[in-house]
Design a protein around this ligand. Structure first.
Ligand code: ATP
Ligand code: MG
Length: 687
């Protein structure tokens, strides 16, 4: 059992008689302690069913189960390894009856909740409903129900929301439904108010283990306490410097309370980092250093000094994405790291992924977006891609169905159903069937007329796209096409709010800009290198894009580059990490006090501390190399504005060996080299 554990880790694994807290910095093997401790408990004779290990995400739970399986084999399937929420579901399915809940209750997702709230509050716009949702959720996380929320409401605004909350609670009871927050709040009520349920669970669970303890909220801590009772047989592992969910109610008070609530708490500190090189670790320590310390910590690495952290500057976001892709290509070309899964691009917010997705697609590098939706998975982009796919391949039936119904063009489901039957009978594609003579026999003339009109329109588009060259013409063509099909109107007709429709429409316009930019002529490459590209007409461009959209199917494959938000990257590691968009006002997020806002100086300081922790989490995901990039200009709405590097970059760089600027000249040479290679590969037959 001692294999692969240091003395302090071993101590944490072997201490099973009482409450244990492992408090240590990133990459020090906290999660490994949890996994090994599970194995140890089972080897010492504890029934796997009596162990509960709580992780922060479902993905982390799945990974932990895999590891446990590797250590102890089949027995691993009986261990309860899940998130607090999933544990809550289990408690409520088993014992929720005492709260009047049927075992087959349903769990509402965020959209369901918004819908019900809109209903309860007299159909306001989406933004207002979301704001109610946010407030109600915050109340629930503090353990308040509607009447308690009403009692503590401080103004009319809050009183109105408390009233809506009361109606909302009634609805949920009537629907036998619970929301996400209930999955924590209701089990707590269950354990607190019902001694027999509490005793049952306390006797069942021989040991409870919690990973990422610093990100639990107040209610989750209460659930933990109720589950372990007086004996307190649990192991919590965490790092106060990685608490990044304060905005969702997570509180470091949970760390402060532990030694008070459990006076016999054993605290174990781990000091060796097994993940990162010394240069990376130093950069991380420098960034987190200004934060007040809950517990003093030191962290060292024996993996060697390693490469200095690279600071990369870019002209704008597109350029930044090009540089990130160039870095991946160059590392793969010049080092032993060939697998795409060894690379991650991390950013603050979901919407930043887009540029990197586009650049990766252009370089034909498969990737996955974790912790958010891929730009190419957005409904509006899929709509457009369906049309492109149909121009390129008329026989693409799924694309046909999407295009013919987006926007609706008076061809109903019945007609399409009949067309489908006809096509499969004659083994034709839907498109081929349109012009088949005997279709007239099965469909009314009007229906087959509109179908054929659609077919002719698709062919016409295909023909026109082939004639379209050059960015300006391509843009005009695409805008005309969108107008012809009435796409903008379609968005406004189908979205709940004007704002949502406007966002989608902006995405569509940006996508069109991006596509037209790829159309023909000499393009001054975003990376600052002028490369002569093959002249492509719009149809050919659409073809590459449609081809690339099948890349998303390759996401299932393991060997892909990871794009992730910093929040979703917690607990994970990659040999090569790029932190992008490390600009002031992004990371840290906007810090200036807005005129007339109620944010106090103190809460701004707290916010900055959390931003610092977020940066610390990002840096410490890297094992071998880390690049941090920022842009001189950024897009704000449809405008470009000047931007500054994040203060964290300066703070990381306390010495020359920790951080180096990435020379642009070298990069230019590299890009030129790649362009040359690509050109000669294209010329060599079969290459
Ligand atoms: P984080 O704070 O980011 O969640 P962590 O403290 O949970 O990090 P782990 O993910 O458990 O750290 O471990 C980091 C890396 O170090 C992993 O690759 C793990 O396999 C390795 N590791 C941990 N302990 C040891 C050890 N004693 N010997 C060798 N490698 C180790
Ligand atoms: Mg961990």
């Amino acid at each position: 059992m001692s294999a692969g554990l240091n003395i302090a880790q071993l101590e944490a694994v072997n201490y099973v008689q009482g409450p244990c807290l492992v408090l240590a910095g990133a990459g020090s093997g906290k999660t490994r302690v949890i996994t090994m401790k599970i194995a140890h408990l089972i080897e010492s004779g504890l029934d796997p069913k009596r162990i509960a290990a709580i992780t922060f995400t479902n993905k982390a739970a799945a990974e932990m189960r895999e590891r446990a399986k590797g250590l102890i084999g089949r027995k691993a399937k009986d261990i309860v390894i899940c998130t607090f929420h999933a544990l809550g579901v289990r408690l409520m399915r088993e014992d929720g009856a005492v709260l009047g809940l049927k075992p087959q209750f349903s769990i509402l997702d965020a959209d369901d909740v918004t819908g019900i709230l809109k209903d309860c509050g007299g159909s306001p716009d989406m933004a207002t409903a979301r704001q109610w949702q946010w407030t109600i959720s915050a109340w629930k996380n503090q353990g308040l129900n509607a009447s308690q929320a009403m009692a503590q409401a401080e103004n009319d605004h809050e009183r109105v929301i408390a009233e809506i909350m009361a109606r909302y609670e009634e609805r949920l009871t009537a629907y036998q439904s619970v929301d996400f927050d209930d999955l924590i709040g209701m089990p707590l009520k269950l354990l607190r108010d019902h001694a027999e349920v509490r005793e049952k669970w306390q006797n069942l669970l021989g040991h409870v283990l919690v990973d990422e303890y610093q990100d639990t909220n107040a209610t989750q801590y209460e659930v933990l306490k109720a589950l372990v009772g007086q004996r307190g047989r649990f192991t919590a592992v965490g790092d106060d410097d990685q608490s990044i969910y304060g905005w969702r109610g997570a509180t470091l008070d949970n760390l402060r309370k532990l030694p008070v609530d459990f006076p016999n708490l054993k605290v174990i500190k781990l000091e060796q980092n097994y993940r990162s090189t010394s240069a990376i670790l130093r950069a991380a320590n420098n960034v987190i250093q200004p934060n007040p310390k809950l517990f003093p910590k030191t962290l060292f690495s024996e993996l060697g000094e390693g490469e200095p952290v690279r600071v990369v500057d870019a002209d704008n976001e597109e350029h930044e994405a090009e540089r990130a892709v160039a870095r991946i290509q160059s590392l793969r070309a010049t080092s032993k790291w060939k697998d795409l899964k060894d690379f991650a691009i991390l950013y603050r917010a979901n919407h930043q992924a887009r540029m990197f997705e586009q650049a990766l697609r252009r370089a034909q590098i498969p990737y996955k977006v974790s912790g958010g939706q891929s730009f190419f998975d957005r409904a509006e982009i899929k709509d457009l891609c369906a049309w492109f796919r149909l121009w390129i391949n008329n026989d693409d039936d799924p694309a046909f169905l999407r295009a013919i119904t987006t926007p609706k063009r008076g061809i109903g489901h019945t007609t399409l159903g009949q067309l489908g039957v006809y096509a499969s009978q004659y083994k034709l594609s839907l498109f081929e069937s349109l012009f088949s003579a005997s279709l007239q026999n099965v469909l009314p003339a009007r229906a087959s007329g509109s179908l054929q009109e659609f077919g002719r329109y698709v062919n016409d588009l295909e023909y026109r796209a082939r004639q379209t060259l050059g960015a300006e013409d391509a843009r005009t063509f695409l805008l005309d096409f969108l107008k012809e099909i009435g796409y903008e109107q379609h968005l406004y007709d189908n979205e709940d709010s004007e704002k949502a429709a406007a966002t989608r429409w902006t995405n569509v316009l940006e996508f069109c800009d991006w596509m037209s930019g790829r159309c023909g002529g000499q393009i001054d490459d975003a990376a600052g290198v002028s490369t002569t590209r093959e002249v492509k007409n719009l149809l050919e461009v659409a073809q590459t894009i449609a081809l690339l959209s099948t890349i998303s199917e390759r996401e299932q494959e393991q060997d892909v580059v990871t794009l992730s938000t910093l929040h979703a990257s917690k607990g994970l590691e990659w040999p090569h990490v790029m932190l992008v968009g490390v600009n002031e006002n992004i990371l840290p997020f906007k810090m200036e006090q807005e005129p007339g806002s109620e944010v106090s100086g103190e809460s701004l300081a707290l916010r900055l501390q959390e931003e610092r922790r977020l940066m610390y989490v990002g840096i410490t995901r890297a094992q071998r190399t880390l690049a941090v990039s920022w842009t001189r200009r950024r897009k704000k709405g449809r405008e470009m504005v000047a931007a500054l590097p994040s203060r964290f970059i300066a703070e990381m760089a306390l010495d020359q060996n920790t951080v180096k600027e990435d020379p642009r000249e070298k990069l230019k040479a590299l890009r030129a080299e790649f362009a040359k290679r690509a050109a000669s590969a294209a010329q060599s037959p079969g290459g």
